[in-house]
Design a protein. Structure first.
Length: 337
């Protein structure tokens, strides 16, 4: 997962429906999410109607209106449809995979020098510098795209410590998103993660979340708690990184994040259960982004969390392999512990 700007054609997992369109619509809809943050998965936009020459804002769930025209769109199951019940195939891209790693210090996953630095980092310039935004947006528009799944990470917002938000990054995101709107793009904000964090072999959560529960991240590689590119070195085995989902670091964090009250009731941080502690910090971090983008009508909604893991929750046999992949070192839950 070396550093570099790349755009993948839009694809979603169980959480998403089609999220890009070749029309210029104001979009409003709701997505049901598995994780228990209902208000984050309710996406509400304002539909504008003309009434005697005046714009009247009408809050609506499930309708779209093409600005400046009378064509009303609606949600039918998992599809966007027009008045003639024609299905709209949405057209967009992920923007972008390099948003998972910091600009400073260089977050390329094969570099060992700064591999475990996590507080003094910056994601300003991901996916690209503001000065280059016109070039990228013009190119995407010329290719026929009108929708962007815009990647952010919890770490990018709250890397410095619990409750400490990177205001420079939030300013940057607001500026990039506003610029995208001038090119006619609609955006869906994707709080991205893969196997919990950069420090457990993926991306997403800040390093302090791991330290808060007692982990020493520098021991993950030697102990087998996570497969890290910077520790393993090159050649790095292709597509082995998803096996981190069943290894100790990521599996423990997701267990605590979703099941701390049940499985670790005595584990408390700053006087609150670890589940509540982690969830509240995550929600509040994404809230900072939503507050900055509030009022930008081309931002049509927010994902809750990309591809969340279940950790050790629901595993009937801790001696049986339960990961998505068995590649290389793929421990059972018991072996991972």
């Amino acid at each position: 997962m070396r550093q570099g700007f790349s755009i993948r054609f839009l694809h979603f997992s169980w959480l998403a429906c089609r999220l890009a369109t070749c029309y210029d619509y104001q979009i409003q809809f709701s997505i049901d999410a598995i994780i228990p943050f209902a208000y984050l998965s309710t996406l509400i936009m304002h539909q504008r109607k003309l009434n005697n020459g005046r714009e009247v804002e009408q809050k609506s769930r499930g309708q779209l209106r093409r600005r400046g025209m009378g064509m009303v769109m609606h949600i039918d199951g998992r599809w966007f449809k027009d008045e003639q019940q024609r299905t709209l195939i949405l057209r967009g891209v992920n923007l972008a995979s390099n948003a998972k790693i910091p600009v400073r210090p260089n977050g390329a996953t094969h570099l060992r020098e700064h591999a475990f630095e996590h507080q003094d980092v910056s994601f300003v310039g991901r996916p690209f510098p503001l000065a280059e935004a016109d070039e990228h947006f013009a190119r995407l528009k010329s290719w026929g795209f009108t929708f962007l799944r815009f990647l952010i990470t919890w770490e990018a917002v709250e890397h410095a410590g619990p409750g400490i938000y990177d205001q420079e990054y939030l300013d940057y995101v607001a500026a990039i998103v506003e610029k995208a709107g001038t090119y006619g793009f609609k955006l869906f904000i994707d709080p991205h993660q893969d196997v919990w964090s950069r420090f457990s072999g993926g991306d997403g959560a800040p390093g302090w979340t791991l330290e808060a529960v007692g982990f020493d991240m520098t021991k993950f590689g030697p102990s087998g708690a996570a497969l890290l590119h910077a520790v393993h070195g090159d050649p790095f085995p292709r597509m082995h990184w998803p096996t981190n989902g069943s290894k100790l670091a990521a599996a423990t964090m997701f267990t605590l994040f979703f099941g701390g009250h049940d499985f670790a009731p005595q584990t408390k941080i700053e006087g609150v259960n670890v589940q509540e502690y982690l969830q509240s910090h995550y929600i509040n971090a994404i809230k900072q982004v939503a507050l900055r983008l509030r009022g930008m009508e081309h931002v049509v909604g927010y994902d809750t969390l990309n591809e969340p893991g279940s950790g050790f929750i629901g595993k009937d046999d801790l001696h049986a392999h339960c990961g998505l992949l068995e590649l290389g070192e793929s421990p059972t839950p018991y072996q991972a512990m």
